[in-house]
Design a protein around this ligand. Structure first.
Ligand code: AMP
Ligand code: ZN
Ligand code: FE
Ligand code: FE
Length: 275
């Protein structure tokens, strides 16, 4: 039995609907999945319903954009109460900043003499957490860029003319927010940051888990993070970070977290809620 605990839908910058994503998870034989759209839980009710029809266990989640020692970090929240008021308010703030950021990024692209209507980007995004890939898709559709890579390389990457930071809470704030919503917090794709030195600080802030299993983690990198998780007594999480067709190939199926780790997560949530 396997799980994929890192998935995006079209409620953030993935291309699959929750129903399509649940269908792929079923076809690939997953026993459990988590939805972790960026800074939103909007897709969770539909994903939960779609998982019920396929007999797949569903974990409601989100991937929160945070900052720690000037480094952008993504903190995954799992087993979230999607009705939690504090969490919903914080996510609404994130979403407002994302919308304003899209306006500003498109204005910067326009200032370069490139015609792009911001409404087209919002229509493509069609969700509350729009991001750079939605601008990229618009640029590709208009024939201004040949593909997403060109859109990021010319305009959207950090250091390029349209790039803008997002509102970020600190990792400690994100961990607290996740905990008060009944959830567990895990550091996403640690292998992408080359910043292992931040891990002890996050552990001190109450972080519960580490995403050891990840598409872009080679076996030695995965083993490296398993040792770190063991050392700090962190729970082990993992997933593909599938964005549908956004990055060319759908990644679902490329990472399989053994189900025993999901059981350990559930035990921890139950113990936390019992106290
Ligand atoms: P944002 O949340 O708006 O900062 O956008 C970040 C998203 O852009 C993440 O999901 C990245 O994986 C995605 N991204 C970064 N570079 C590329 C690229 N070259 N092609 C497609 N997506 C990308
Ligand atoms: Zn994304
Ligand atoms: Fe991420
Ligand atoms: Fe992700």
């Amino acid at each position: 039995m396997f799980a994929d605990l890192h998935l995006h839908t079209n409620f953030s910058d993935g291309t699959y609907t929750p129903e399509e994503l649940a269908g792929h998870a079923h076809r690939l034989g997953f026993s459990a999945v988590a939805l972790t759209d960026h800074d939103t839980m909007e897709g969770c009710p539909r994903m939960a319903a779609a998982c019920v029809t396929h007999g797949i266990e569903f974990v409601p989640g989100s991937e929160l954009t945070c900052e720690h020692e000037r480094q952008e970090l993504h903190i995954l929240g799992y087993f979230l109460d999607t009705a939690n008021e504090k969490l919903c308010t914080a996510l609404a703030k994130f979403q407002e900043v994302r919308v304003n950021r899209i306006r500003e990024m498109v204005a910067r692209i326009n200032a370069l003499g490139v015609k792009l209507d911001v409404q087209m980007v919002f229509d493509i995004a069609n969700c509350r957490a729009p991001g750079r890939p939605h601008i990229g898709r618009a640029l590709v559709q208009l024939g201004i860029c040949s593909g997403m890579d060109e859109a990021f390389d010319r305009f959207l990457k950090k250091g390029k003319p349209a790039w803008m930071p997002k509102y970020r809470m600190t990792a400690a704030e994100a961990i607290d927010l996740i905990h008060q919503a009944g959830g567990l917090a895990s550091l996403a794709h640690p292998g992408l940051y080359r910043a292992d030195h931040v891990i002890p600080g996050l552990v001190a802030a109450g972080m519960d888990g580490l995403e050891c299993f990840y598409t872009k983690h080679s076996t030695p990198i995965m083993e490296h993070y398993m040792l770190i998780a063991d050392k700090h007594r962190l729970l082990v999480t993992g997933g593909s970070d599938c964005h549908g067709m956004n990055k060319g190939q759908p990644l679902i199926g490329s990472t399989k977290l053994p189900y025993q780790f999901v059981e350990l997560l559930k035990k921890r949530v139950a113990a936390r809620r019992a106290t």
